[in-house]
Design a protein around this ligand. Structure first.
Ligand SMILES: Nc1ncnc2c1ncn2[C@@H]1O[C@H](COP(=O)(O)OP(=O)(O)OP(=O)(O)O)[C@@H](O)[C@H]1O
Ligand SMILES: [Mg+2]
Length: 278
């Protein structure tokens, strides 16, 4: 389940990743020496406090960092090196082999286009479907993510949906072209607490059913605990702890992880002490 076998068929391998934004000193790298790996179908949680470099690492994988950012190290996706890959070779991967779910569903959806039009777009672009085929697939996808009366909803606009429904649509779009990797950066933080758990459950069910690897970013360890096989804890641009969720939660090696766990347990009223604390 966890721990990527050496020399195995890795889905994603990030090795010694370093990102320096323009105008900042090299010693202030946003990401520095980050390494982790995922097997196909595996879920990896990336956690850490605000500013620890989680989003920067994800954007580096997608090749979507601000122009001028210096990226070194290696990011291989199914054996292909992505660092330094020209934009024309990256573009076909994005939205097809690698799906993306952002924090804010409204930012991911175009307010003036119907849900149907937006779902059809990647299907026509990446899979070459006809409009009719794309419509059928869009209905299937909306149904799969739990949207009622999916055929009628193709003509709806994003503002007619609740936040939770919008995020379901974004998730439907992200998996529409059968990606092998889904990157979800804080996918529920913009949602009401009451729908957060439902959306996380959907992500978990979908990626399990479809065998999609999920890289899920959260500042909340409890989100990752319920979803991930492995967890990487980031702090100040580095990975300070990395292992199976079980390992990290049972025997956190780093004081920072122990503090994070203590907070989660306090919030959840768990009487168990953050294991390993002296
Ligand atoms: N475009 C940019 N230019 C300069 N610095 C940036 C840029 N984007 C991010 N940073 C800096 O890089 C560091 C890491 O930021 P990042 O957004 O990756 O953190 P994060 O872990 O995703 O935080 P959050 O939990 O708040 O989303 C921060 O110090 C941030 O200020
Ligand atoms: Mg972020």
């Amino acid at each position: 389940m966890s721990a990527v076998a050496p020399g195995g068929e890795e889905l994603l391998a990030v090795r010694d990743l370093r990102v320096v934004f323009p105008g900042t000193r090299p010693e202030d790298a946003a990401v520095t020496g980050v390494s982790f790996a995922m097997n196909p179908g595996q879920t990896l949680g990336l956690v850490g406090e605000s500013g620890s470099g989680k989003s920067t690492a994800c954007l580096a994988i997608m090749g979507l960092l601000a122009r001028g950012a210096t990226v070194t190290g290696s990011i291989t996706f199914r054996g292909t090196e992505l660092v330094g890959l020209p934009e024309r070779r990256l573009r076909p991967l994005r939205g097809k082999d690698i799906g993306l779910v952002y924090q804010d569903p409204m930012a991911a959806l175009n307010p003036v286009k119907t849900i149907g039009a937006q779902l059809r777009e990647p299907l026509r672009l990446h899979l070459g479907m006809s409009r009719k085929q794309a419509d059928e697939r869009a209905v299937e996808l909306l149904d799969r993510v739990g949207i009622d009366a999916p055929r009628d909803k193709l003509r709806s606009f994003p503002h007619e949906f609740s936040g939770g429904m919008r995020q379901r649509v974004v998730i439907a779009m992200a998996v529409s072209c059968n990606p092998t990797l889904l990157i979800a950066d804080e996918p529920t933080t913009a949602l009401d607490v009451s729908v957060q758990a439902q959306v996380l459950e959907l992500l978990s069910d979908l990626t399990t059913d479809l065998g999609i690897g999920l890289l899920i970013v959260s500042h909340d360890l409890s989100v990752v605990a319920g979803l991930a096989d492995d967890v990487a804890v980031m702090r100040h641009g580095s990975v300070v702890e990395y292992g199976s969720v079980h390992q990290v939660f049972q025997r956190p090696a780093h004081p920072y992880t122990r503090d994070l766990l203590a907070v989660v347990r306090e919030l959840e009223g768990d009487p168990v002490d953050a294991g390993g604390r002296p």
